[in-house]
Design a protein around this ligand. Structure first.
Ligand code: PEP
Ligand code: MN
Length: 288
């Protein structure tokens, strides 16, 4: 494998694989998700519930986030839950609802795939597939995603270094799929007051090392609804190309991650604030 050494005084052994490296391509890769460009001048908001729970929940939330400025809808149909007794997602019925509301609203959809056996099914409904934190080092899944000709949202493993994250992305690119978006979603540290420690330094570091777009997930990154808008604003200030945020029309009734999901009103306020930060760093949002 061709690798590039990076001028890194902190770790002089630091090497990055070739296809993701900025040395290979100095301009930024722009990934298009059904006409929505990620990695260009607009900071792209991806929003929606953690999980698809019902037609009403998904459709009401989707219509509201669209009205508030979201460009892409998120929602899990297959959920990686810590306990096998928790809600596991609606499966294919959830995928069908995502497709239906995507057609109604015109928003492309991103949804997670957990298993190589589901990738064809999920890709047949989704505009972008998500590989979650727990699967960042599922190499068979990364290779299958590399064979798709669809954008892939790759989330950083909760224990993964930047180097391991880039190697995971390289798996996808090495199979011919160059439409990869990297997502920092918090890493495990000794800190317990937040769900994870959101590594915002990953944004400038990744932008330095790779040409791929980088987005931030402040919802899983903090686990705390009230902290999400602050970290979202900070993410835009450090150069993130987008955000993926959990929003629920009734967060207190959510079957999954309600404690970190924004209400519609909170989402709208956050979008307006993000627009101001984006302007300060010469970027746009859908509101600008
Ligand atoms: C998610 O975005 O739905 C999710 C499960 O996130 P992560 O893989 O980052 O935990
Ligand atoms: Mn979640």
């Amino acid at each position: 494998m061709e690798t590039f050494s990076c001028d890194n005084p902190v770790n002089d052994k630091f090497k990055i694989p070739s296809k993701v490296s900025r040395n290979k391509r100095s301009d930024n890769t722009v990934v298009e998700v059904k006409g929505i460009a990620i990695g260009g001048s607009e900071v792209i908001m991806i929003a929606g519930p953690c999980a698809v729970e019902s037609r009403e929940q998904l459709f009401e939330t989707a219509r509201s986030v669209k009205a508030g400025g979201a460009r892409i809808l998120r929602g899990g149909a297959f959920k990686p839950r810590s306990s096998p007794y928790n809600f596991q997602g609606m499966g294919e019925d959830g995928l069908k609802l995502l497709r239906e509301i995507s057609i109604e609203t015109g928003m492309p959809v991103v949804t997670e795939v957990m298993d190589t056996r589901q990738i064809e099914l999920v890709a047949s409904y989704a505009d972008m597939i998500q590989i979650g934190s727990r699967n960042m080092q599922n190499y068979p899944l990364l290779k299958e995603a590399g064979l798709l000709r669809k954008p892939v949202l790759l989330k950083r493993g909760m224990m993964a270094t930047i180097e391991e994250f880039l190697l995971a992305a390289e798996y996808i690119l090495s199979q011919g799929n160059e439409q990869v978006i990297l997502c920092e979603r918090g890493i495990r540290t000794f800190e317990t007051s937040t769900r994870n420690t959101l590594d915002l330094s990953a944004v400038p570091m990744l932008k330095h090392l790779t040409h791929l777009p980088v987005i931030i997930d402040p919802s899983h990154g903090t686990g705390l609804r009230w902290m999400v808008p602050s970290m979202a604003k900070a993410a835009v200030a450090v150069g993130a190309d987008g955000l993926i945020v959990e929003v629920h029309y009734k967060p207190e009734e959510a079957l999954c991650d309600g404690h970190q999901s924004l209400s519609i009103a909170e989402f709208n306020t956050m979008m307006a604030d993000i627009d101001k930060i984006a302007a300060a760093v010469n970027r746009k949002t859908s509101l600008s």
